[in-house]
Design a protein around this ligand. Structure first.
Ligand code: GLY
Length: 358
């Protein structure tokens, strides 16, 4: 199948290339001087699966290749691991002419991107997302971060990659929960911005997703790219991408990551759609439509937390400014809007979002 190439018009523009089998022809898409060093940053889940598939074509094309591997999991997305990565770069005398490859899911991409952004005040990095979630969301748009004790992604940079290269064949090795994490973000893109995409994804099973995977990833990247190009630094429209995420981050924090990010986002979208209707911010309750969108997956949609727990966990959210917080609410399927509320009102929002669901 033909590869898709989508240009992201950030301040420093770059291409996202999507195609089955792309890993094996990686070097053809990297336009650097072949004498350079490539540093693959990955985790111990992805390393045995795809490191050599990335390493070989680069070595054959004349690159020197180094690898840094850290332990998988959200708890390793922390400042100490970030320092280990940049020390590794320094010990190996990596220069500004060299480049990093972020090979893996969102955690790898966020950490490697952050390291690329601060090491020597910035070196190039290429995102190679190996999860559906990273392909449709975190690999595009230049958000990089680590978690702090106070909350998720609280330290980071906006630092765009040099390119994103996505081979959806890597999604074949994902567990069902991890695959469904990507479904949450894809459904979110449809719900906030593209009614047609939302309709196409509704009720699809994993097999059905994989049949159209190049086109699905491409449409998601186009949507994300359009929003990022209009507001790279999240002063306005980019906040729409946070639909369900204030609740999701609160869920992740108060349950100590008992739910995966995608599960938390799915729950967060249901809570916010229900709350927006109950609070009179919109005319319809779209939570049923959102729930239906996930019907091809056995998702954990039970909510074992209270509004108070969510509120307390949600107060450290980055979207808070002074005593106010921006929430994203639906106007209709395919169009969401930003609404500023008093931060204290968030408790009532979560409470109405949880009503009749527990
Ligand atoms: N994941 C939301 C964003 O990149 O803005």
């Amino acid at each position: 199948m033909k590869h898709r190439k989508i240009k992201i018009n950030a301040k420093t523009p770059y291409d996202v290339i999507i195609g089955k089998g792309l890993l094996s022809e990686l070097a053809e898409h990297i336009e650097f001087d072949r004498a350079k060093t490539a540093v693959i940053i990955t985790d111990d889940n992805v390393y045995p699966l795809y490191e050599s598939a990335v390493r070989k074509p680069l070595e054959n094309a004349g690159f020197k290749v180094l690898s840094y591997v850290f332990e998988n999991g959200e708890k390793h997305k922390n400042p100490a691991e970030l320092i280990n990565i940049i020390n590794f770069l320094a010990e190996n005398k990596v220069t500004r002419a060299d480049f990093i490859i972020a090979l893996g899911g969102g955690i790898v991409g966020d950490m490697a991107g952050f390291a690329a952004g601060i090491y020597l005040r910035g070196i190039k990095y290429i995102q190679i997302p190996t999860t559906f979630l990273a392909a449709v969301d975190s690999s595009v748009g230049g958000k990089t971060a680590v978690n702090l004790t106070g909350g998720k992604n609280l330290a980071g940079l906006f630092y765009q990659p040099y390119a994103v290269i996505c081979d959806p064949e890597t999604f074949e090795t994902l567990g069902d929960v991890t695959f469904a994490d990507g479904v949450s973000e894809a459904v979110k893109h449809g719900f906030i911005h593209d009614e047609n995409l939302f309709g196409k994804l509704k009720g699809k099973t994993r097999t059905e997703y994989m049949k159209d995977i190049v086109e699905i990833v491409a449409r998601n990247v186009e949507i994300k790219g359009e929003i990022v190009a209009s507001d790279e630094f999240e002063k306005g429209q980019r906040q729409l991408l946070n639909f369900g995420h204030t609740a999701a981050h609160a869920i992740e924090k108060c349950t100590e990551h008992a739910y995966s990010h995608g599960q938390a986002v799915a729950l967060g979208m249901l809570i916010m759609a229900r709350a927006a209707y109950k609070k009179g911010y919109c005319e319809c309750d779209f939570s049923g439509e959102i729930e239906e969108a996930f019907s091809g997956f056995s998702r954990v949609l039970n909510m074992n937390f209270t509004a108070k727990q969510l509120y307390e966990a949600g107060l450290s959210d980055k979207k808070r400014h002074g005593g106010k917080i921006n929430i994203i609410i639906p106007e209709r399927v395919g169009k969401c809007v930003i609404k500023e509320i008093d931060a204290e009102e968030l408790f009532e929002v979560f409470k109405s979002g949880l009503e009749e669901r527990q």
